[in-house]
Each structure stands twice: as structure tokens, then as C-alpha cells.
Design a binder for this molecule. Structure first.
Ligand code: THU
Length: 136
């Protein structure tokens, strides 16, 4: 699956965002190395802290179905589901990505279905704290 197709899946997922408190809708589409796509949206909560980001929704869906090898993720977001800039994942989501992915994991940040660019997890989370520090 190419970046454009993955970005389109992220935009579709953004439609399902449950964001009644912030009004900020986020979508993600995660491609596994086996070729499956897991989408995610942010899901907010009246108690605020139980809210979860779109990227983690996608990762947790995938891992819960036995997938732990990932190729890339596309993300988009904006107020009322209307992005006005490239969307970059929050620090917590970057940390979850770093649990399963190397620095070369591709993060496709989208501004629109036709306007997106690719970064790597290593660029976005240098000096990550990862499981190899614990496994020693
Ligand atoms: N959000 C995400 O879904 N992903 C991120 O990487 C950053 C923020 C969500 C959380 C919350 O529902 C809304 O965006 C505003 O912070």
C-alpha cells in the first residue's frame, strides 16, 4: 500500500473520532509488515484522562490481533476534522511506536489527502527509551 492510500485510510478513520470535548479529530492508519491496515481515531472521555489518541488506538488494535511488526503509519488531524497543517503525533504516541518500531519506521504526516510528507520515528523521537535498556 502506498502513502497516498494509507493517508486516505487515515482521513476515513478521522470521521469516527469521538472528540466532544476538544473538538479536535484525529485519524491514523497503521500498515503492518504483513500488509494489513489497522485504523484508529481519538476517543475522548468525560473524565478526560481515559481519553486515547488515534495512533494508540491503531497500535493497540493491531497488537491485540497479534501484529507486532509495522511498516508505517499515516496520521491526520484538525479542529472539527479539518486539518490546517501537517499532523505530528504526540510524545506519548511516539513512545508507543518506539516500543514496536525502529528509528526507520515511517510516519506519514498529512495536511490533506493529497498533501503529506514522510518523517521517521528516529527523527521524531531521538534518544528514545526502549526495551533494550531493560533487557540487558
Ligand atoms: N490526539 C491524538 O489523537 N493524537 C495525537 O497525537 C495528539 C492528540 C487527540 C487527543 C485528544 O482527543 C485531541 O487530539 C486533542 O488533544
Amino acid at each position: 500500500m502506498n502513502n497516498k492510500e494509507l493517508v486516505r485510510a487515515a482521513f476515513e478513520a478521522m470521521k469516527n473520532a469521538y472528540a466532544p470535548y476538544s473538538g479536535y479529530k484525529v485519524g491514523a492508519a497503521l500498515l503492518t509488515q504483513s500488509g494489513r491496515v489497522f485504523t484508529g481515531c481519538n476517543i475522548e472521555n468525560a473524565a478526560y484522562s481515559p481519553s486515547v489518541c488515534a495512533e494508540r488506538t491503531a497500535f493497540f488494535k493491531a497488537v491485540s490481533e497479534g501484529e507486532t511488526q509495522f511498516e508505517k503509519i499515516a496520521v491526520c488531524g484538525g479542529k472539527d476534522g479539518e486539518p490546517d497543517d501537517y499532523f505530528y503525533p504526540c510524545g506519548t504516541c511516539r513512545q508507543v511506536m518506539a516500543e514496536f518500531c525502529n528509528g526507520d519506521f515511517a510516519v506519514v504526516t498529512a495536511k490533506s489527502p493529497d498533501d503529506f510528507k514522510e518523517s521517521t520515528l528516529g527523527e521524531m523521537l531521538p534518544f528514545a527509551f526502549t526495551k533494550d535498556k531493560i533487557d540487558k
